[in-house]
Design a protein around this ligand. Structure first.
Ligand SMILES: *Cc1c(COP(=O)(O)O)cnc(C)c1O
Length: 365
């Protein structure tokens, strides 16, 4: 990132084209069926672009309401003038494929099922294959927010012809920096959806036309060159690590270490272990009048541990990420830092309670 690149430079364009090609390979799709379309900006930009491009004005999306990112999808769609049918999903549950099928029967006007694969709001990884199967059986199209999934969780696009678009960014499981979002889209569907977007900047069909005209690695508008260079380096690390499956197993090991650490501190995860995905974990706030999230975050920061200073659950809590260039050893260090922070906040932890119980026991003997 410290090197300067000009977007029009021939060597830079080759680097950019190489990044896009490597992403296509990570997605496991064929160059004659799918195209990887980069859009400057964060993940929300790709989500808006996909909704605008594939759902025409007046069209209707069925959105399973799984958490804040599903809420965001619904708002992006309705602000773009698309109709939204909201499918209620109980808090802390996976999307029920039969409920999707029933909703599609009740709502023949729905053209697309739009869902969040790994819902960062709760930490649940939904059964993308089952949701897609319900849509396919009903002859509907699918748009998948895979922002917190792509690069680690599997979703084989070649086996899902009903998926129009899958969106992701450089800065989640690909472990690069923020500033660039992507949509992997079906080429045949893009051709049919030309003119839908009612926006030039967010029109993926226009973006695809530009790629055909100017070539891979060419941008319509100024690309974040340093971010692309960083993503190229991040993909080198991705390959060096062993690719998707190995990365997923590291995230699972991080999750395992985190659950162990939380248990030793007497902290309660928000989700049932069976539903917990390996991306982000929500944890109930300790039941103490001394609890204060921003103080906890500050005390962790002092120990070089960063966690979110917000949460998306109704119940007060905190969230810890399992993704990024971290290992179980980092997670163990982080849970030790949490123990220290709780001591500083005078909040009892299970291990301390355990220790005082042992001491009492020893005294009694
Ligand atoms: C991070 C994320 C996004 C995109 O968020 P931005 O802040 O716009 O990058 C979208 N969906 C999910 C599930 C996410 O985790």
């Amino acid at each position: 990132m410290a090197r300067d690149f000009a977007p029009w430079d021939r060597t830079f364009r080759a680097l950019y084209a190489d990044v896009l090609e490597r992403l296509r390979i990570v997605a496991g799709c064929r160059a004659d069926e799918h195209v990887v379309l980069p859009l400057q900006g964060c993940g929300t930009f790709a989500v808006e672009a996909a909704l605008r491009t594939f759902i025409p004005r007046g069209g209707t999306a069925l959105i399973p309401m799984t958490g804040v990112y599903a809420d965001r999808m619904a708002r992006l769609a309705s602000e773009a003038g698309r109709n939204v049918v909201r499918l209620a999903v109980p808090a802390g549950a996976r999307i029920c494929p039969a409920a999707v099928a029933r909703a599609l029967e009740t709502h023949p006007e729905v053209s697309h099922v739009c869902f969040v694969y790994s819902e960062t709001g709760t930490g649940i990884v939904h059964d993308a294959h089952a949701v897609c199967a319900s849509a396919r059986a009903a002859g509907r199209r699918v748009i998948v927010d895979a922002v917190a999934a792509f690069g680690a969780l599997p979703l084989d696009l070649a086996g899902h012809a009903e998926i129009d678009a899958m969106m992701f960014t450089a800065n989640k499981c690909l472990e690069a920096v923020a500033g660039l979002s992507f949509t992997i889209a079906r080429i045949d569907r893009l051709d049919e959806c030309s003119g839908n977007a009612e926006s030039w900047a967010f029109d993926l069909a226009d973006l695809r036309k530009h790629v055909v005209r100017a070539g891979l690695g060419h941008s319509r508008f100024t690309p974040p060159t340093q971010v692309i260079a960083a993503l190229s380096a991040a993909l080198d690390l991705y390959d060096k690590e062993g690719g998707r499956a190995v990365r997923l197993s590291r995230y699972n090991a991080n999750l395992e270490a985190l659950y162990e650490g939380l248990e030793s501190l007497g902290l309660r995860p928000w989700l049932d272990r069976k539903l917990q995905g390996p991306v982000v974990v929500n944890i109930h706030a300790p039941a103490s009048a001394n609890w204060n999230l921003s103080r906890f975050v500050d005390l962790l920061r002092e120990q070089q541990v960063a966690i979110s200073d917000f949460y998306h659950t109704v119940e007060p809590g905190f969230r810890v990420g399992c993704i990024g260039a971290i290992s179980p050893a980092c997670i163990r260090r982080a849970t030790k830092a949490m123990a220290n922070a709780l001591v500083r906040m005078e909040i009892p932890t299970a291990s301390r309670q355990g220790r005082s119980a042992e001491l009492l026991d020893a005294h009694a003997k």
